[in-house]
Design a protein around this ligand. Structure first.
Ligand code: AMP
Ligand code: ZN
Length: 455
């Protein structure tokens, strides 16, 4: 069996993975704030840590993977106000969509999905401990973490005190002892959601939510904590400060792992920039497996440039894998495991290399229809969360009697040009013509048009 090595963001080095308890590995990954559909950038950590989860389950007898749901957050409160609906209807709808979308890209459900709204007493208890131990103080109905009280503050991000303040969006408020101090608890107005606490009716800050949920479901020290690169500072730095100070210096997480950003033309894909595609929009056009393969083709720590061409290529690669399997439909796979693929994944999750190995296996299978090559290709697929369909079903999914993708794309371009010259009648005509052929166009914020087949 291969030995796992992972890059630890804390030491900034690749390290041998030595779990605290080899009989039970524990991993926590920061999950979604549930107020809107997940975009494809949000799906990257999901695909990456799902692949790690699959690998850990192969290497160790028991793994507990926790991914929280942030269902207390000011963005959720704002969204509910905008739409004039109850907060619960926003969060429940978003959670259901998230689970469906992540399952469509082949992600296994985590073992536990703690929710903030169900963990408030544990958050209050942790805040009370921090106040008691003089790592936090009460000011104007808020409870703030005193960053000067934790000597290791800044170790994960490697930021100096000045950089911490410049780089963070922490509010400068007169009641703070230090501008870097962050909120653990804040008061709620009567119309805002709130819970009773020793500091009055209020709600927790984002960072304490994760510290308390991780402890609640996994214990004081965990093996791996993950999330996107943007979470290193301040979120993970603050989680460490809270958890370590609440537990008298005991390590919070042995390993920290962070995925790089998914970018569009070099810019981070994000809701605030308006340059995003939701997983849902992409699933209307592409199989979830192609989206997953695209997310895994790039090493998780490198930036991933998202393009439609990239998706098309990923789809083509899957066609090749499934073609090799179809070609050997009648071959009974042996019990051989994909050791080269496992070795690649054990090297800090080198998915790019693992996928290259899969292409070698597919070529081999095409040329000799060997039972070992078939077994290894399928085993590799299960490690990466791919090739779970029957080849026939995969190819059937592609046959549609509607217009071809290239046809649709050129109609979209023609419609955009018509709109540019303000020929709206023509633009509308193109839209209805496609609609008659079973293709629905959707204009996305920030320009651009996506499409889906209506059935
Ligand atoms: P959020 O809902 O914004 O808190 O993000 C959920 C997860 O998605 C976090 O782990 C983020 O770091 C990650 N994430 C957000 N945007 C991107 C992106 N463009 N590329 C990769 N990961 C991202
Ligand atoms: Zn978190």
């Amino acid at each position: 069996m291969s030995k796992l090595f992972i890059h630890n963001s804390m030491s900034r080095r690749k390290e041998a993975f030595e779990p605290l308890d080899p009989a039970h590995v524990r991993m926590y990954v920061c999950g979604p704030t549930v107020y809107d559909f997940a975009h494809i950038g949000n799906a990257r950590p999901v695909a990456v840590f799902d692949t790690l989860y699959r690998l850990l389950k192969r290497l160790y007898p028991r793994v507990t993977y926790a991914r929280n749901i942030t269902d207390i957050d000011d963005k959720i409160i704002e969204r509910a106000l905008e739409r004039g609906v109850h907060i619960d209807s926003i969060t429940e709808e978003t959670i259901a969509a998230y689970r469906a979308d992540m399952s469509a890209i082949g992600a296994l459900p985590p073992d536990v999905e703690p929710r903030c709204t169900r963990t408030v007493p544990q958050m209050v208890a942790m805040i009370a401990t921090l106040v008691e131990k003089k790592h936090a103080y009460v000011a104007e109905g808020h409870v703030l973490f005193d960053v000067a009280s934790f000597k290791d503050y800044g170790r994960l991000s490697g930021r100096s005190r000045d950089e911490q303040i410049a780089g963070s969006r922490v509010e400068v408020a007169p009641y703070k002892k230090d501008p870097g101090d962050f909120v653990l608890w804040k008061p709620s107005a009567p119309e805002q959601p709130g819970w009773e606490s020793p500091w009055g009716r209020g709600r927790p800050g984002w960072h304490i939510e994760c510290s308390a949920m991780a402890k609640d479901v996994l214990g004081i020290t965990i093996d791996i904590h993950g999330g996107g690169h943007d979470l290193i500072f301040p979120h993970h730095e603050n989680e460490i400060a809270q958890s370590v100070c609440a537990h008298d210096g005991v390590t919070f997480s042995k390993y920290w792992m962070h995925n790089g950003f998914l970018v569009v033309n070099g810019e981070k894909m994000s809701k605030s920039l308006g340059n995003f595609f939701t997983v849902r929009q992409l699933l209307a056009k592409w199989p979830g497996e192609a989206i997953r393969l695209l997310l895994l083709k790039t090493h998780y720590r490198a930036p991933l440039d998202f393009t439609d061409d990239g998706l098309r290529e990923a789809k083509g690669e899957l066609d090749r894998f499934y073609q090799a399997l179809r070609h050997s439909n009648d071959v009974v796979a042996s019990g051989v495991r994909a050791s080269a693929v496992e070795n690649a994944l054990c090297d800090d999750l080198n998915t790019a290399k693992a996928i290259a190995e899969m292409h070698d296996l597919a070529r081999q299978l095409n040329s000799d229809r060997a039972p070992d090559a078939k077994a290894a290709l399928l085993d590799a697929g299960s490690m990466l969360g791919l090739l779970g369909s029957q080849p026939e079903a995969w190819f059937k999914g592609e046959t549609s009697d509607g217009p071809r993708e290239s046809e649709i794309e050129s109609a979209i371009t023609a419609r955009r040009d018509a709109k540019k010259r303000r020929d709206f009648a023509e633009a509308d005509r193109i839209r209805s013509e496609l609609k008659e052929k079973g293709v629905v166009l959707e204009d996305v914020p920030g320009g651009g048009t996506t499409w889906k087949r209506s059935g």
